[in-house]
Design a protein around this ligand. Structure first.
Ligand code: ADP
Length: 417
């Protein structure tokens, strides 16, 4: 005899409910996977056997595009909270996608840039806007991002879509480009300087060498011309002039390296600019006379102040030397005057002049005008003079007309700091 145990109805119902719950869970899980893009296709068991339904809908190409593009992309709500971002956006901010979503974009923007970002963000909420901002990533590094924003409706709410382009490489590349150009210029300037400097140093040396060779020849032949008073005096004077020229060139080069290393020092003492100018005029008398311009016409009023006497002398001597060199042997004028704040010295020549378009550059290092032609020079005197004058809190300027002449003016504060 068989014995059949009767299963209570309630237990049957409970069993059925559990089955339905499992099916519901499975359906929910499938829906979630479909929504999140984890599933590409479904196999459905039907009357005709297993059927494959692919889920590659119209969204997929866009999803791939957004996830693989090199720009960061994110959607924000009206307050700036991040709804969604792609991996690139998270990478730029050196953080995980799930650590960004739900947080405010403002936390990644540098403090000084927040106001500007807020403005661009407000415009973005109303249409389209863009700007470049410094973000700070989770590692504490600054990241320059070009952000373009546009209004978007996200899940029925108003928001903003942003595309972020990392400008780090571009900025670095531009910096390298500028640096490379500067280096190239520096190399050209250095080569030019070496060739001009060696020429400038060689000229007085060659004169000295020729002179002493000739003198030696005469001495060895017991030629009385070697001992004539005029001859000996001329040699002594020329030797002194050449030695002075060499000394000035070497001093200029040393000054350049002093300026570069910030070692140009100023020792102030009480001076009268008019008296100092008079002394320089006296000392340079032979040069003025031999140039043909004659002793300069001088209008010198007392101008007392506290300056570095040697350095100011260097500036004035340089301006006189230039007036001689570029002055075509025509008269030179010098004026010294002062008011309660400034002392001023102006040196005016009637020489070759400086074309207007070149006037701004002559105070630069190694800069010479095209019309200087065969007149010798290193292009350093005015650069050094400007450094000295500026170290005194003063300024140096030029007014000039090509073919008519130039006036260089130095203004020095009477009470420098
Ligand atoms: P250098 O005379 O040794 O070349 P400077 O720095 O003193 O160097 O002058 C720079 C350039 O400015 C000169 O090469 C010349 O072209 C121009 N310059 C300076 N002074 C005068 C001047 N008085 N008249 C015309 N050109 C001048």
């Amino acid at each position: 005899m068989t014995y059949k145990k009767k299963i209570p109805k309630l237990v049957k119902l409970q069993f059925k409910m559990m089955q339905l719950q499992d099916e519901l869970f499975e359906a929910n899980e499938t829906l979630r996977a479909i929504r999140s893009g984890e599933v590409d296709a479904l196999v459905v068991n039907g009357k005709n056997g297993d059927q494959i339904f692919t889920l590659k809908n119209a969204d997929q190409p866009y999803r791939i595009l957004v996830e693989t593009m090199n720009e960061g992309a994110a959607t924000l709500d009206n307050e700036g909270s991040i709804f969604y971002c792609n991996k690139r956006f998270a990478d730029v901010l050196a953080t995980q996608m799930d650590a960004i979503i739900g947080t405010s974009i403002f936390q990644f923007i540098k403090f000084d840039e927040q106001k500007k970002f807020q403005e661009v963000f407000s415009n973005g909420k109303n249409g389209i806007s863009s700007g470049t901002f410094l973000f700070e990533n989770k590692l504490g590094s600054s990241v320059p991002l070009y952000i373009s924003m546009s209004y978007a409706e996200i899940d029925g709410k108003e928001g903003v879509c942003i595309i972020a382009t990392d400008l780090t490489q571009q900025i670095r590349f531009k910096e390298y480009e500028v640096l490379a150009k500067e280096l190239e210029k520096a190399v050209i300037a250095r080569d030019e300087f070496i060739s001009i400097a060696s020429h400038e140093l060689k000229t007085p040396l060659t004169t000295l060498m020729l002179q002493s060779q000739m003198q030696n020849r005469w001495i060895s032949k017991n030629d009385p011309r070697a001992y004539g008073e005029t001859r000996v005096k001329a040699i002594a004077e020329q030797t002194e002039r050449m030695a002075e020229k060499l000394n000035r060139l070497i001093e200029d080069m040393l000054d350049i390296s002093r300026i570069k290393t910030g070692k140009i020092s100023i020792h102030k003492e009480d001076i009268d600019l008019a008296k100092l100018t008079e002394e320089i005029l006296e000392r340079m008398q032979p040069q003025f006379i031999s140039s043909g311009s004659g002793i300069p016409i001088a209008n010198l009023s007392p101008a007392l102040g506290k300056w570095d006497v040697l350095r100011i002398e260097q500036v004035i001597t340089n301006l006189f030397n230039n007036a001689i060199k570029y002055g075509r042997g025509l008269p030179i004028e010098v004026t010294v005057c002062a008011n309660e704040n400034f002392a001023r010295i102006s040196i005016k020549d009637q020489g070759i002049g400086i074309p207007k378009e070149e006037q701004h550059k002559i105070f630069g290092q190694f800069e010479r005008t095209a019309n200087s032609g065969s007149i010798s020079g290193l292009g350093l005197g005015l650069y050094i003079s400007q450094q000295i004058v500026e170290a005194h809190g003063g300024k140096i300027s030029v007014e000039s007309i090509k073919g008519i002449g130039s006036t260089f003016t130095v203004e020095l504060p009477i009470y420098p700091n």
